[in-house]
Design a protein around this ligand. Sequence first.
Ligand SMILES: [Zn+2]
Length: 229
Amino acid sequence: MKWISDLIDLIFPRHCYVCGEILSRQEQDICLDCLYKLPKIEKIHLEEIEKVFWGKFDIASATSYIYYRKESPYNRLLHKMKYDNRPEIGRRLAMMAAEQLSKEGFFDGIDAIVPLPLSKKKKRQRGYNQCDYIAEGLSHITGIPIVKDCVVSTKANESQTHKTRDERWKNTEGIFSLATPEPIEGKHILLIDDILTTGATLTNCAMAIQQTCHCKISIFTLAYTYNKL
Ligand SMILES: [Zn+2]
């Protein structure tokens, strides 16, 4: 009922996670102005994202939707999605990304969407896997099915946030294994993660998959760390 939500908004105003302005009833998590200024990745940087994975495993293509820059107020949006019980932000942003990427033909030939798994311990602590929500957003727009639990995370890797490049690679080695290859055997899969930094986690997961399974792998991440600008 409209008057109830209006009243709730009046008593407990919701604020934009990016600029802090009060949100209108139609706005969710982010105001229209900040949504309009979303730092979408420019075409010029897309090849750079694929290059992260070149020579490491057999990759078909890779893309990302927005920049994750140090000091950017948009980081708060991703932080809320990942650590503060607002995973539906991931679903909404992924739907917007899918609308754009569909027009560019990015999903052509992809058979299944595979969210990067979290270890059981980490999922229990956080209560959800944000990659599941991102996968749902992409699947909702494209109609491509999600395949879960074929690849599992066997060890709880520590947070990557404050690690050096070498530490990140060591930290994610051997944490993934392929539990049931059948659903993805011979398929073209889209592996999903939230933020791309060194690519260590995704590479180790892709390598674990391709060790025992013949499948084509593409990559989608919601954000890409880019600190050069
Ligand atoms: Zn705003």
